[in-house]
Design a protein around this ligand. Structure first.
Ligand SMILES: Cc1ncc(C[n+]2csc(CCOP(=O)(O)OP(=O)(O)O)c2C)c(N)n1
Length: 322
């Protein structure tokens, strides 16, 4: 892949996520998508940068805020929108909704509504991969709120002790629902504490997808060479309310000024500037953007026309049948 194609590919991946969520914002008020929405807006560079360095043979796990992770790993807008509309062609057959997206064939193993619950599952997968000697690396994405759960520390401990091929990716947006990190943590820095574990720590406040990609590529190399876990810590700003598709600066727990500061370095804006600097024209970029938007619109129309799963399907694939 030439360099320009690489820069463009990262932009296209982020644009797919952003445009998909813009379409959700537009269509959600008609109440046909019954699932609660935890939007990824603002987070795109972390997920796209990390997934790019992990590559297609890795395994990923995420949280209820996983639109970005699903689209970055699969690029599958058809299965995504059918799932949002609860339809039988949805990626988890219309039974998971926005909070339980998964696509094991593409490496996205599980996401869950229960905070921190996929962390021990990811560690279990990393153990299986080490045992099977299949060379796969696990990337587990979680928020700063997950660090408040005991299971996070138990999982990190055992992963370090057993030297598992896993990358912990903490995406810190400064809030768990409406509570600031400083009001929840009896310590100053997550990173300083994790540095005492037998793993490598990298951290950044950048919203530049390429910087994140480079840090993450270092992490992947470290796991491969040193056979030890890595903890990646990234800051970002959640643009929309905790759950839902609206702005929430009127709620009083955070300010629009804070948002504006982050929006100046919006990940898509930064990558678009880079593409222009590298010689792509505004029209060329707009063509890419409208092709993505058109594809999304087609998927939405298709999803709306597709039938719901039958009632007899309710318990299928929900419980393990042996
Ligand atoms: C075990 C558990 N406790 C509490 C909740 C309620 N809850 C949902 S989201 C959330 C905040 C999590 O914040 P963070 O991990 O920072 O992720 P973010 O929503 O910011 O992406 C909480 C407490 C839950 N879903 N699961």
């Amino acid at each position: 892949m030439t360099n320009l194609n690489f820069h463009l590919e990262l932009y296209k991946k982020m644009c797919l996520i952003r445009k998909a969520e813009e379409a959700i914002i537009k269509n959600y008020p008609s109440d046909e998508m019954k699932t609660p929405m935890h939007m990824s807006m603002g987070e795109e560079a972390i997920v796209v940068g990390v997934c790019q360095s992990l590559g297609p043979k890795s395994q990923t796990f995420g949280t209820y805020r996983s639109h970005a992770l699903y689209l970055a790993t699969s690029q599958d807008t058809d299965g995504f929108f059918a799932e949002m509309y609860g339809k039988k062609t949805g990626v988890v057959k219309g039974k998971g909704g926005s909070m339980h997206l998964s696509y094991p064939e593409k490496g996205l193993m599980a996401t869950s509504a229960v905070v921190a619950s996929t962390i021990p599952a990811a560690v279990g997968s990393a153990y299986a991969n080490k045992y099977l000697k299949n060379g796969k690396i696990v990337g587990i994405f979680f928020g700063d709120g997950a660090v408040d759960e005991g299971v996070f520390w138990e999982s990190l401990n055992i992963a370090c002790l057993m030297k598992l091929p896993i990358i912990f990716i903490c995406e810190d947006n400064g809030y768990a629902v409406h509570t600031e990190t400083v009001k929840r943590h009896g310590y100053k820095s997550i990173v300083d504490i994790i540095k005492n574990f037998d793993c490598q720590v990298f951290s950044s406040e950048s919203t530049d997808v390429e910087k994140i990609y480079k840090i993450s590529a270092k992490a992947v190399n470290f796991v491969k060479k040193e056979k030890k876990p890595v903890f990646l810590y990234f800051k970002y700003y959640r643009y929309l309310e905790h759950v839902g598709v609206n702005w929430d600066f009127d709620k009083g727990y955070r300010s629009e000024t804070e948002f504006k500061k982050w929006f100046k370095k919006d990940p898509l804006k930064l990558q678009k500037k880079r593409l222009l600097r590298l010689g792509l024209s505004k029209t060329q970029i707009e063509k890419v953007e409208s092709a993505i938007a058109n594809k999304i619109e087609e998927c939405i129309q298709k999803a709306k026309k597709t039938p719901f799963p039958k009632n007899t399907e309710v318990y299928r694939d929900v419980f393990y049948e042996g």
